[in-house]
Design a binder for this molecule. Structure first.
Ligand code: AMP
Length: 319
């Protein structure tokens, strides 16, 4: 049997280049490696645990699916679906909550970080978030979980939950492992010692659907202290597939001949080229096509999720 990969990305706004290099590029590579069965999903329920505008949510979901398709997620090769359309996620989450020690949840550093940043909205959903994540993974018997560094602790907790469930009710779930990729941490344009993040404002990020003009303006405004210039050079290396332009920039930099404006304009050009095909592809994907793909994804995911939940209900004695 093929190993199962499960991974998600929250619908919280436009994808930026950190999301691309940190997550989606890797998903596409894994998709085209035939050794796995793949589930990629939109964790819309997770995204309700931070402040948001309900009127925007559906548009954000469609937008994210459109972006994923344009970047190369192929619904013929991967199951692509929306979490809330498969209600077994929340049902399994409840069962898991009953075997999860509070002390384990209290250790989660991501909760502590998020709670510190959003002190006016520290809700129980934010606290129990990793338990829903465990349900997302184990519902499909996921065993290989491509994640960034920040999610490793949550995957450890998923293993604890799988072990607790198996010990109490009988062996059903695998103990999944994180698949840490060569995830570069893409840094902010305006605060280059911090990770690029939407929460630091749109001018600190390059979004994948930014026009070449937007990209040029944002890069021109990037900070160019010592760390900032290093960051721009790192980005040039990341974006230059052939590395020829990067080598040229690096040589000038090492000799002290590199002008910031040359670095910035060259980098803006490299980024705009990288996503040119993406921008035109995404404009061709209709809402009707997205709805159909998500419906197919829902049907496939549901059939697997229902089978797992039937076993869980029997094993736990609720049916
Ligand atoms: P988020 O939008 O923070 O939920 O992130 C979605 C995915 O993108 C996660 O897998 C993150 O690890 C990844 N990611 C987000 N920001 C960055 C960044 N600046 N550099 C690298 N990866 C990132």
């Amino acid at each position: 049997m093929k190993k199962v990969i499960v991974s998600g990305i929250q619908p919280t706004g436009d994808l930026h280049i950190g999301n691309y290099f940190g997550a989606v590029k890797n998903w596409v590579a894994l998709q085209n490696d035939g050794q796995f069965e793949r589930y990629f999903f939109i964790p819309d329920l997770h995204s309700l645990s931070i402040d948001y505008d309900p009127r925007e949510k559906q548009r954000q979901i469609r937008q994210l699916v459109r972006d994923l398709l344009a970047l190369g997620i192929d619904p013929k090769k991967s199951t692509l679906f929306v979490q809330s359309q498969v209600p077994e996620h929340t049902e399994l989450c409840w069962i898991f909550l009953t075997v999860t020690p509070m002390s384990e949840l209290e250790k989660m550093t991501q909760f502590k970080d998020k709670a510190e940043r959003a002190s006016a909205n520290i809700n129980a959903g934010l606290f129990t978030y990793p338990v829903l994540q465990a349900a997302d993974i184990l519902l499909y018997h996921g065993s290989v979980i491509p994640v960034g560094e920040d999610q490793v602790q949550h995957i450890e907790l998923t293993r604890v939950i799988a072990k607790k469930f198996n010990a109490k009710f009988g062996r059903l779930f695998p103990e999944p492992q994180s698949l840490l990729t060569q995830t570069p941490r893409v840094m902010s344009l305006l605060e280059p010692s911090k990770k690029m993040s939407k929460s630091h404002g749109p001018k600190s990020c390059i979004f994948l659907n930014d026009s070449p003009d937007d990209i040029a303006v944002k890069i021109r405004k990037a900070v160019t202290d010592e760390v900032g210039v290093r960051n721009l050079l790192d980005l040039a290396q990341l974006f230059d597939e052939t590395k020829l332009t990067f080598q040229h920039l690096k040589k000038d930099f090492d000799n002290g001949d590199l002008k910031n404006i040359e670095l910035k304009d060259t980098l803006a050009e490299l980024i705009a080229q990288t996503f040119a095909e993406f921008r035109s592809r995404r404009d061709q994907i209709s809402d009707a096509e997205i709805a159909q793909i998500l419906e197919n994804g829902r049907m496939h995911a549901s059939s697997v999720a229902q089978k797992t939940m039937k076993e869980v209900r029997e094993m736990t004695g609720v049916r």
